[in-house]
Design a protein around this ligand. Structure first.
Ligand code: ADP
Length: 475
C-alpha cells in the first residue's frame, strides 16, 4: 500500500518547506512504513492563510451543498472500508476488528453531520415587554484548528471535521505524529468528493507545541477543538486565553466500572470486556478501575479470566488476532511499568503481565487485589490491563469512583433501577448502564471536571462550531 505523506494546504498536497520528514512506524513490527512531511512555521502560516481565505465563501455555501459533500465522503468511506481500516492497522497497530469498527464509527460522523448541516436552529421571540423581536441566528465561529490523538486516528478527525464543515467553518487538521496517514487519507477523500480549496488543510508541525501556539495566536483562528491529554489541554487553554479563542476540550479519563451486588454476571462480564478491551484498552473511555462487589468478586474474576484468553495479541493484519499492538514501544513500556507498580502495591496477576519483543505488544492482563488509590488506579492505563478492586458497601464504591479529578466516563452493572440511581450519582459526562460501549455519533460525547469542556456528536456537536448572534428588531 502506498500512503499519502505530504501536507495538504490550500487544495494541494505538498512537501513541507524544509523538505524534512519524520518516520511513521508500524508498531506491530517496528518497521518504517512512510516518511511524513514536517510542517514548518511557514507551512502552518500558509495553512491558516488558506483556511482564512476560504472561510467567507464556505460560510456562504448553501447548507445543502455542504451537507451533500459530507454525505459523499460517508459513501466513499463505506465503499473503501478495507483501505480505510488497513491504514489504521498499519500506523496505529490496532487489531483488524478494532480498525473496521473505528472505520464504521468514523464515517458515521460524516453522515450524521450531513443531516445536521441543513438543520441549524435559530430563534425568533417577542421580548417580555413586547417592545422588540429577539432574533437569534447562528453563524460559523470561523477558522477552526482541530488537534487529534493517535488512539482513534479516524474517528477523532471525523468527529471534528464533520461538524466544523457542516457549520460552515474551514479547518486545519493537526493529527498526532504517530498517525498522520489516516488523517491524510480522510483529507484526500474530502478533496476527491469536491470540498473546495482551502476549506480543509492538514499540517504536522515540528516542534508541535510552539507551532500550534503560533497558529492559535493568529487572529483568524477562532476555534480550537482538541482531543488529548489533560496536561496538554491545560496548556492549550492558556494559549487560547491569549486571543480568547473558543475551546472545546476532550481530555483524559479514569473511568470507573462498578459491578453492583444485583448485577447479572453474564451481562457484567460481557460489558466489562468491551469496556476494557475495545481498541486494546487505548481509549479515554476505557474502564480503568473496576469496583466489584465482594458477593460476585470470585465468580466475576474467573469468568473474566476465561474470556480474556480469546484476546491473543498479534499483528492486526492477521485478522484473527483480537488484540493489536500498542502504538509504540514507549506506550507498551508505560503499561508494563504500571503493572509492575500495581504488583509492588499488593496486586496479584491472575493472567498476562508480559510484553512481547519485536512489536509493541502487551498481553491481555487481569489484576486482582488492587487497592483504591494505587498508582494504576489514578493513572490512565491506555492498555489491555484490567485492575479489580473489591468492595462491600455501594456508597463506598460510589465515593471511590468519584475520587478523581477526571469525569469522562463511568460504567455501572446491576439491576436497572439501582444502576440508574448510581449512574446519577457518578461525576461523569457519560455513564453506560449494563453495557460496555456508549460511543454514538448521535449522542453528546464529553466529560466533566478535568476531562473536558464541550460536547462532540449529537445535536450538541455542531453548536461548538457556531456562535449565536442576537439581532434586535422593533416589534
Ligand atoms: P496522547 O496521550 O494521546 O498522546 P497528547 O495530549 O500528548 O495525548 O497528544 C494529543 C495531540 O496533541 C497530538 O496531536 C499531539 O501531537 C498534540 N500535542 C502534544 N503536545 C502538544 C502541545 N504542546 N501543543 C499542541 N499540541 C500538542
Amino acid at each position: 500500500m502506498t500512503y499519502l505523506s505530504d501536507l495538504f494546504i490550500d487544495g494541494n498536497w505538498r512537501p513541507g518547506s524544509s523538505g524534512e520528514r519524520f518516520d511513521v512506524i508500524d508498531p506491530s513490527n517496528l518497521s518504517t512504513i512512510a516518511r511524513f512531511a514536517v510542517a514548518t512555521e511557514e507551512d502552518c502560516m500558509a495553512a491558516v492563510d488558506a483556511a482564512a481565505k476560504a472561510q467567507e465563501p464556505w460560510a456562504a455555501t448553501a447548507p445543502r451543498t455542504r451537507s451533500e459533500l459530507l454525505r459523499s465522503a460517508y459513501e466513499v468511506l463505506t465503499e473503501e472500508v478495507e483501505i480505510f481500516a488497513e491504514v489504521m492497522v498499519r500506523e496505529n497497530g490496532k487489531s483488524w476488528a478494532d480498525a473496521v469498527a473505528e472505520a464504521n464509527y468514523a464515517k458515521e460522523f460524516f453522515r450524521w453531520f450531513s443531516e445536521e448541516a441543513v438543520r441549524i436552529p435559530g430563534d425568533d421571540r417577542l421580548s417580555p415587554s413586547g417592545d422588540k423581536r429577539i432574533l437569534v441566528e447562528r453563524q460559523p465561529v470561523g477558522v477552526s484548528l482541530l488537534i487529534t490523538p493517535w488512539n482513534f486516528p479516524a474517528a477523532m478527525a471525523t468527529r471534528k471535521l464533520a461538524p466544523a464543515l457542516a457549520a460552515g467553518c474551514t479547518a486545519i487538521l493537526k493529527p498526532a505524529r504517530e498517525t498522520p496517514l489516516t488523517a491524510a487519507y480522510i483529507v484526500e477523500v474530502l478533496r476527491r468528493v469536491g470540498v473546495p480549496q482551502g476549506v480543509v488543510n492538514l499540517v504536522t508541525p515540528v516542534p508541535t507545541g510552539p507551532l500550534v501556539a503560533k497558529m492559535i495566536a493568529r487572529p483568524e483562528v477562532r476555534k480550537l477543538s482538541f482531543t488529548g491529554s489533560t496536561e496538554v489541554g491545560r496548556d492549550l487553554l492558556r494559549e487560547c486565553a491569549g486571543s480568547v479563542v473558543s475551546a472545546s476540550m476532550e481530555l483524559g479519563g479514569n473511568a470507573p466500572a462498578i459491578v453492583l451486588p444485583g448485577a447479572d454476571l453474564d451481562t457484567a462480564v460481557e460489558g466489562a470486556l468491551l469496556a476494557k478491551m475495545r481498541n486494546g484498552g487505548s481509549a479515554c473511555t476505557a474502564a480503568n478501575r473496576f469496583y466489584v462487589h465482594s458477593s460476585l468478586h470470585d465468580a466475576f474474576i474467573s469468568r473474566f479470566a476465561d474470556s480474556l484468553t480469546e484476546y491473543t495479541a498479534g499483528p492486526g493484519m492477521e485478522r484473527t488476532n483480537r488484540l493489536g499492538a500498542l502504538v509504540s514501544v514507549a506506550e507498551r513500556d508505560k503499561v508494563a511499568a504500571l503493572v509492575t507498580s500495581a504488583v509492588s502495591e499488593g496486586a496479584t496477576i491472575v493472567q498476562g503481565g508480559h510484553s512481547h519483543t519485536g512489536g509493541a505488544f502487551y498481553d491481555a492482563t487481569l489484576l486482582t487485589g488492587v487497592k483504591h488509590g494505587a498508582r494504576i488506579n489514578s493513572t490512565e492505563i491506555f492498555g489491555p490491563v484490567t485492575a479489580v478492586v473489591v468492595y462491600d458497601d455501594v456508597d463506598e464504591a460510589i465515593r471511590m469512583a468519584n475520587d478523581t479529578e477526571y469525569g469522562l466516563m463511568a460504567y455501572v452493572f446491576g439491576e436497572e433501577r439501582e444502576a440508574l440511581s448510581v449512574a446519577r450519582q457518578l461525576e461523569a459526562g457519560m455513564v453506560a448502564v449494563n453495557r460496555g460501549v456508549v460511543s454514538d455519533p448521535a449522542a453528546p460525547f464529553g466529560g466533566v471536571k478535568q476531562s473536558g469542556l464541550g460536547r462532540e456528536g449529537g445535536s450538541e456537536g455542531i453548536l461548538e462550531f457556531l456562535e449565536e448572534k442576537y439581532i434586535a428588531l422593533t416589534a
